[in-house]
Structures are given as C-alpha cells and as structure tokens.
Design a binder for this molecule. Structure first.
Ligand SMILES: Nc1nc2c(c(=O)[nH]1)N[C@H]1C(S)=C(S)[C@@H](COP(=O)(O)OP(=O)(O)OC[C@H]3O[C@@H](n4cnc5c(N)ncnc54)[C@H](O)[C@@H]3O)O[C@H]1N2
Ligand code: MOO
Length: 404
C-alpha cells in the first residue's frame, strides 16, 4: 500500500481515542521538585497532611487571653505575662489574663481572647471596654482547617500557587511530580533552510516547543535536511533517541518531496491512523514506534497548531497522569457556524465580557496556514454537522493558551 495515500480518514473522536489509548498503562516516570518550583507540574501521588492546621489552639487576635468565667466573676483581671507565636506557654495562673499575640498558643486555663483595642488597661489589670464575647471567642481551634491525614493534593493535580502554599505550610521541601516528557520537534521543508532560495523561517518548531512546553513537555527542536533522504532519516533517528514523543511538521502530504512517512516506516513505525476528518489538520498521521508515539503534523502552521492543541496536548496530559479536566470556558456564541458532513471543523474564537456574561466571537481566518488568527483568538471551538453553532447558544471552546 502507498503509505502516503489517505485511504480512509478516521473521525475526530476516534482519532483522539486512539491517541489516548496509547497513553494508557505506559510508564509514568516520577521525579521530585522543590515545593516552590512545583507550579505547572503534575502531582505523582496523593499528598496527605502530616500535621493538623492549626497545630494547636491559637489566638486569632493580638489581645488578652483569659478564662471567660473568671472575667464574668471579676469584671477585670490582672495581667500575668505575655505569649507570642512560637512559644509553648505555661498554664495561666487562675484569675489572671495573659497578653497574647496573633498565632500564639492559647495557654491552658484560658478559653477566650479579646482584641487589645476592645479592652481597657488600668495599671496591670485589663477589663472589657466593649461587651464580653462568648466563651471560645477569637480562638482558632486545633485542626479546625484540616486534621492530619487530610488529602491536601490529589494525584494527577496540576499544581499551582494554591498547592505550593499548602505543601510549604506542612514544612515539605519537595514534592513527587511526573517527569516532564521529552518531546523532539522535527521540522521538515526544503524552504526552511536558511540557505534555500526563497527561504521561509521555521515558525512551527518554536511554536510547538512553546505550546507543548506550556503543557508540561521539555521540547528540543530539530531541522531535518530535506535535500537527501539519508540525512532526513539520520535526523529523525537522532530526534527519536532520548525522546518520549516525536512531533514532526511538514512533509506528510502526497508531494514528491515528502519522505517522512516512508522513513518512519523503514525505522519500524506502525501507522495508528493516517489522516483525520478535521479541518484544518486533515493530514495528521500518528505512528507507533515501540512505546513511543510519533505525531506527524501538517506543515501548514495553523493546522499544526490545531493538531498540537487537540491531539498532542491531551496525550501529554494523559502520560503525565493529569486528572484535572481542562478548566471549562463557557460563552454565548455571537455567531452561527455549520460544518460539512463527517468533518469536525475547528473555529478560532475570541472571548469577551458581554452584558449577560462571557460571549465569544468568530475570528476570521484565511485557512490552515493562518497564524495571526490565533493571536487574535482565545479559544478553539469544534463544530460538526450534528452540532452546529447557533447565535445565542452556550458553547465550551478549548483555551488556546495557559497550562491546560
Ligand atoms: N495533493 C495534495 N496536496 C495537499 C494535500 C492533499 O491532501 N493532497 N493536503 C493539503 C493540506 S490539508 C495540508 S495541511 C498540507 C500539508 O502538507 P505537508 O504536511 O506536507 O506540509 P508542507 O507541504 O511541508 O508545508 C505546507 C506549508 O506549510 C509551510 N511550513 C512547513 N513547515 C513549516 C515550518 N516549520 N514553519 C513555517 N512554515 C512551515 C510550508 O512552507 C508550506 O507553505 O498539504 C496540502 N497539500
Ligand atoms: O488541513 Mo490542511 O491541514 O487543511 O491545510
């Protein structure tokens, strides 16, 4: 069979399922990173609290701690000592108050705290200057936020500053995370060489390294020499060595100079699918080479971006064990769009704050080569004949940027 031919296009859901199936059950290498550098990384294990928070009953105010009953009985109390955060205070002498700072442990014998500005100090005694609060007032109870054993972070969570705060507050130095998958991005195209007549700058390699880097990958870029098949093959072999995923662009349509697929087949790769019923991005071809997945993206930059967003990004998330779904974006469509039968059409949209909430507008595009449309768009919307978009309908486009 001619490996270049598009015998039968798979539909988008099937293609995505095939890609994700390749991610299931594979190795999930783990590494540890300092908690402060964990943002964007994927937790490789559940992380349980080892201590309660707060670890003891502590004061919520700068003021005075005392026994509520003693204050009711005497109206004012002599002040004996001062407790600051970090102290292990002695028990309160009966019938006394203790000066206390926010975060300091409540001494045994005290069951109420009043803020300093609500109390009157006369010599070495204090008395409420405003109504006495209830017993237990202004005391943060041991474990009221969470107790030891509480799950702080779930395996598969993409970490950010919220988790960094929690983990650092537990005194953790480092955290187990998924190792960043190594992605080799290989550009193909005689026109990309700087010395080629009519040279075209390689924008796909930096675009894909950046896009996949934001999704957790460690990307290296390679420019395949297209003037000879042996050189192209050597480049692909080198790119494959040491990579978990290979992403190529260009050279996969039926043109005579497009050798990519033949080279990969000679390397022993099996085609998972050749061509998908999507627009743009139809030539997308996925191959399996041992445990590695090779994504051959079309050279047209807009099509390459869509394939990376809709296929490589979910695959990356899956092999890193990401469990949190991408943050949903809901918006009211400010346009109508249809797609031809059997095709999933991807439409770039911009998001806006409308009078009744978020709304999205269609961003004009000149087609699969278009990259300026993405810089004007925020999200990508999938449209099919069965699911067209109608003005005023709530839609859920996929974000184009961010760490999702
Ligand atoms: N006879 C057919 N021709 C084409 C078909 C087809 O089915 N039959 N499909 C079209 C579609 S759809 C696409 S998409 C392209 C994909 O072709 P390739 O993947 O082989 O890509 P190239 O031909 O190498 O390049 C296409 C276009 O993109 C530019 N390009 C390529 N690489 C880069 C890069 N790294 N940075 C910036 N720009 C790049 C290249 O200069 C071309 O303009 O095939 C259609 N043709
Ligand atoms: O799908 Mo091509 O990717 O339309 O230009």
């Amino acid at each position: 069979m001619n490996i270049k031919a598009f015998a039968r296009l798979v539909d988008y859901p099937t293609a995505l399922r095939l890609v994700l199936a390749r991610a299931a059950g594979g190795p999930r290498p783990v590494t540890r990173v300092p908690v402060a550098q964990a943002t964007g990384r994927v937790a490789a294990a559940d992380i349980l609290a080892t201590t309660c928070r707060p670890p003891a009953d502590i004061s919520a105010m700068d003021g005075y701690a005392f026994a509520h009953a003693a204050m009711v009985a005497h109206a004012s109390l002599p002040v004996a000592g001062r407790t600051v955060a970090g102290d292990r205070p002695e028990a309160l002498a009966p019938g006394h108050a203790r000066a206390i700072l926010t975060g300091a442990r409540i001494p045994a014998g005290a069951d109420c705290v009043m803020a300093a500005e609500r109390m009157a100090v006369a010599g070495d005694t204090v008395a409420p200057a405003t109504p006495l609060p209830a017993r237990g007032a202004n005391i943060r109870r041991r474990g009221e936020e969470f107790t030891a054993g509480t799950r702080l972070v779930a395996r598969g969570q993409v970490l950010d500053w919220r988790h960094v705060a929690l983990l650092a507050a537990q005194g953790l130095r480092d955290v187990p995370v998924a190792r960043r998958p190594r992605v080799s991005v290989v550009s193909n195209g005689a026109e990309l060489a700087a010395d080629a007549a009519g040279a075209c700058p390689d924008s796909n390699a930096p675009m894909l390294a950046s896009l996949l880097g934001a999704s957790g990958a460690r990307a290296s870029t390679h420019l395949a020499p297209t003037d000879n098949m042996a050189g192209q093959a050597a480049c692909l072999r080198a790119a494959t060595r040491g990579a978990d995923i290979v992403v190529t662009t260009g050279g996969i349509s039926v043109g005579n100079t497009d050798h990519m697929l033949a080279i990969l087949r000679d390397m022993g790769a099996d085609v998972v699918f050749r061509g998908v019923a999507i627009r743009p991005g139809r030539p997308l071809t996925v191959l399996a080479l041992g445990g590695r997945t090779i994504f051959c993206l079309p050279g047209n930059p807009g099509a390459a971006a869509i394939c990376a967003l809709m296929f490589v990004r979910p695959y990356l998330r899956a092999i890193m064990g990401v469990e949190t779904p991408p943050f949903p974006t809901a918006a009211t469509a400010g346009f109508t769009a249809d797609a031809p039968a059997g095709v999933t059409q991807f439409i770039p949209v911009s998001l806006h704050r409308g009078p009744d909430g978020a709304c999205c507008r269609r961003v004009p595009t000149v087609g699969a080569s278009d990259i300026i449309a993405f810089s004007r768009a925020d999200a990508l919307l999938a449209v099919t004949q069965e699911n067209p978009v109608r003005m005023g309908q709530v839609v859920f486009p996929e974000r184009l940027f961010g760490t999702n």
